[in-house]
Design a protein around this ligand. Structure first.
Ligand SMILES: [Zn+2]
Length: 247
């Protein structure tokens, strides 16, 4: 039986998913049957949400393209400067940058909330639920699990490379160009709800005595009713913010 071959070259951060024999170089891939480019890319180890552009024989194609003998593919990750004007877009445009995080990324979720970003997180959510939330609420799925990103209904997602939550936060800020959009202390760290400024009288009954005596500025989570003020942990959070945002 005649064997078909395709030729691949993956660019930039997509090489993180490849074995060293395939990193940063052209390689030959034996094509079995009649696979789509999406299935082939994922079989090679790269989750589809990480891919931003596919060129087949120098023409852009979408995920439904079927491999043909002799095809030459260049596969690109997200590049902020990529001119996508006339190229085949791989997914619909989402206007808002908001996230859903897997159960292992609790700290990253809290840090993203601290930075002011909408970060959905629960520590008891299974993979299927996460994928469904990502799809139905148009949230970018952040995960350390490559398999989760390969789920069909995941449109936007990102495999978080770093292990350390501060580095993870920087990675997400960088990947989604969020440095200019940081608005600290706007969201509840516990539940992701938005904070609103409230008068002392509205919350005084719920405050510890010392807090009642020393503080006059308070914020209330609109979702879980947690009260925030600039107490002892505020300076710790400031330090954490400085760590995340300073190189
Ligand atoms: Zn809350």
């Amino acid at each position: 039986m005649r064997q078909n071959y395709a030729y691949f070259r993956f660019y930039g951060s997509l090489n993180d998913f490849l074995p060293s024999s395939k990193k940063q170089q052209k390689f030959t891939h034996l094509v079995r049957g009649n696979p789509s480019i999406k299935d082939t890319i994922e079989a090679l180890g790269v989750p589809h949400p990480e891919v931003e552009l596919i060129l087949a024989n120098a023409h852009s194609v979408d995920f439904s393209y079927y491999l043909q003998d002799g095809d030459r593919f260049s596969v690109y990750p997200h590049f902020t400067s990529l001119p996508l004007g006339s190229l085949q877009l791989l997914r619909p445009h989402w206007s808002l940058t908001r996230f859903v995080l897997d159960v292992h990324l609790g700290k990253l979720a809290a840090y993203l909330r601290l930075l002011g970003f909408d970060a959905w997180y629960r520590n008891d959510c299974d993979d299927e639920e996460l994928a469904i939330i990502s799809d139905s609420e148009e949230r970018i799925l952040l995960t350390r699990d490559r398999g989760l990103l390969k789920r069909k209904i995941v449109t936007y997602g990102y495999w978080v490379r770093a292990i350390n939550p501060i580095q993870q936060s920087r990675e997400v800020l960088q990947r989604y160009a969020l440095w200019e959009k940081i608005q600290p202390f706007q969201r509840c760290l516990r539940c992701n709800g938005k904070l609103v400024s409230v008068d002392y009288d509205e919350v005084s009954a719920r405050l510890p005595t010392k807090t009642r005596r020393y503080y006059r500025e308070f914020y209330l989570c609109q979702r879980c009713q947690q009260v925030y003020w600039q107490g002892a942990h505020y300076s710790d959070l400031q330090k954490l913010l400085d760590k995340i945002t300073s190189y």
